[in-house]
Design a protein. Structure first.
Length: 272
């Protein structure tokens, strides 16, 4: 998930490896050092990683008794999540407060279109798959175009196959697995008016997420830092009533508090 830097200002990523297999003390020390050095930590985690990883992250946060660790696990496919993590790394070089930066992750997910070309959808459980598509998965040479985010879509790739894409200018990123196809570059990218096409390594969790290693994963995203910054700063900011940190949206990403429900004014009936 640690994609190469988009520009010279992009903050380097810290990769937390083998969280569910290394000694707890080692994970605690690593996280404590990150907090001591940076002040706040935003952990971006795929929902395709083993459940032990998420448990370990919650354990570490609890043992450190810290409200300076934000655990962010959106339902994006692995490549889209890697792009989102890089966007947050880009924004980390700007004058955004930790709460606004962490909250920006939820905002930016709405501008990422994530999908894949698959040789089979027989084991795909992230997107609704009809009986016909399941049956066609067993036909040799079949390929499917799938969108998982923002809205599920699935088509069997053919001359008239189309997928709905973003209605704004965006770049496209491509990560090739064990599948040969030029459909994304030759057909989908032009149909979506992509500003350009770049390639990256396939994330380790992609085969698990999509249910097959015979895939080509892709996503579109906003690449320019000024655009990202303007998008985030144009949204109304608030203050978490619990921990006092600046936030975007209705839930604090550090302490998970939501705004208190407004109390209705008491009404007293006076008897004549």
């Amino acid at each position: 998930m640690a994609l190469p830097a988009q520009d010279e200002r992009t903050v380097p990523a810290v990769v937390l490896k083998d969280l569910d297999r290394q000694p707890l003390e080692q994970t605690l020390d690593a996280m404590k050092n990150l907090i001591d050095h940076h002040g706040h930590v935003v952990v971006v985690c795929s929902d395709a990683v083993p459940s032990g990883v998420e448990r370990r992250l919650h354990t570490v946060r609890s043992l450190l008794e810290s409200d300076r660790i934000a655990l962010f696990r959106p339902g994006l496919p692995p490549l889209g999540l890697a792009v989102l993590a890089r966007q947050l790394r880009q924004l980390a070089s700007c004058d955004l407060s930790p709460g606004v930066l962490a909250s920006a992750g939820r905002l930016l997910t709405h501008y990422i279109h994530s999908g894949a070309v698959l040789a089979s959808v027989a084991r795909l459980d992230r997107v609704p798959v009809g009986l016909k598509a399941h049956a066609r998965s067993w036909v040799p040479g079949s390929q499917f175009g799938v969108i998982a985010h923002p809205e599920p879509q699935l088509v069997r790739i053919g001359p008239d196959a189309t997928l709905s894409g973003p209605d704004f200018g965006s770049w496209m990123l491509l990560a090739k697995g064990q599948l040969q196809s030029d459909w994304v570059g030759s057909t989908l990218a032009p149909a979506w008016n992509a500003l350009g096409l770049r390639e990256a390594d396939l994330p380790a969790e992609s085969a698990t997420w999509w249910g097959t290693g015979k895939l080509i994963e892709f996503c579109t995203y906003l690449a320019d830092l000024p655009v990202l910054y303007q998008l985030v700063t144009s949204v109304r900011q608030g203050v978490c009533h619990w921990c006092g940190i600046d936030v975007i949206g209705d839930r604090c990403v550090f302490c998970s508090a939501t705004p208190p429900v407004p109390r209705e004014p008491d009404t007293h009936r006076v008897s004549p």
